[in-house]
Design a protein around this ligand. Sequence first.
Ligand SMILES: Cc1ncc(COP(=O)(O)O)c(C=O)c1O
Length: 372
Amino acid sequence: MKSFQELSRRELTQIRPYEPGKPIEEVKKEYGLTDIVKLASNENPLGPSPKAASAISKALSELHLYPDGGSVDLKNALAERFNVEPNWITVGNGSDEIIKRLAETFLTPADSIVVAKPTFSEYKFAAQLMGAEIVEIPCQKGRLDLPLMAAAVSENTKLVFVCNPNNPTGTIVSKAEVERFLSEVPQDVLVVFDEAYAEYVDSEDYLSAVNYLKEYPNVVVLRTFSKIYGLASLRIGYALADPEVISLVEKAREPFNVNRLAQIGALAALADTEHVERSRRVNQEGKKQLAAGFAKLGWRPLDSQTNFMLVETFQDCRRLFQDLLKKGIIIRPADIFGLPTSIRVTVGTEEQNAAFLAAVQEIMAAKEGEAV
Ligand SMILES: Cc1ncc(COP(=O)(O)O)c(C=O)c1O
C-alpha cells in the first residue's frame, strides 16, 4: 500500500512551510510574560482605522449572509481611487490569495518565474505549488537587480515578481529602473509589482506601477489592506491589471473568497485618509527613532521605504531573537532570508520602539559582562 506522502503531488515535497512571526499568545505562555511587543509581521502598530472597526461592528448582525462574491462596492471605490474601470480589479483573501491565483492561472511545470533573493516568500511558494521552476536573482546591497532580472527572463518565463518596496529589505527600485525594465521584458511576460508597502514610501524616485497599467498590458499591481490600513486579520488585498488578465485570474477565484466583514472594513478604511496619514507620520518618526538607536549600537540598517527595517547587527541573529523573546519582544531573525547576522524589525509606536531598543541595550550590556 502506498503512503499518503507517495500519493501526494511530487511538487509538494519541495515546499518548506511559511515561517510566520511568532504569535503573541505563544510567547506569553512560553515565557510567562504578560506584556509583549510584536515587531515581527509589519502590522500597523496604531491598529485598524477606527472607522473600519465601527463599520464592522455594525455589520455583526449580518454574519448569516454570504458576502458579495464580486466585492462590487469595494471594487467601485478602488476603481475611483485609481481612475480605472472596476473590471481592472480583482479582490482577494489577502494579496497572498491573488499571488496563488496568478500562479494557478498562468503556471504549469513547464514554466518558470523570476524573483529576487531575498524577497517575499509567497511567490516561490505559489510557483512551487504549481511545479514551476524558480529563477532567483540576488539583490545588490539589498536592492532588486532589475537589469539581471530582465536578463534572466527566458522563453519559459511567465511571471516576474518585483516587490517594490521589497520585503524583507525595505528598499525600492526607482522610476527610471522600472521604466527600463518594462521596456526590456517581453510583453507576453507578466510583471507583477507587489506594492504592499507603497503607502509608506516617501522617496521621490518612486513611482507606483499603477501608472504603467494602461501603457503595459503585462503589468499587474498588488496592494493590500494588511499594512497601512491595519486590517491584516481580515485578510483582504487586491490587484489591478488589464481586464483581459483580470478576467483570467477571476476564473480561478473561489465564489466567496473575501468575507463580508473584510469588504465592509476595507471600504471604510479606504475612506479614512486621516488614519492613513497618521500611520505614515508615526512610521516616519519611528524609523528615525530606530535609526538613531541603531547608530548608537553600531548596527547598519538598509534605507527603508516601508514600515520595517532590515538591520545588520554583526552577531548571531538567532541568539538575539531568543534573548529578545525572553524580554517579551518579537522580531524576525533574518537567517530565514539567508542573512544570519541581520534582523528585521517592524517600526512600532514610540513606546514599542523604545522598549525594543532598551531590551537590546540590556542584552548587549549582559554580553559585554560575559566577555569580561
Ligand atoms: C510584500 C508583501 N506582499 C504581500 C503580503 C501579504 O499581504 P496580505 O496580508 O494581503 O496577504 C505581504 C505580507 O507580509 C508582503 O510583505
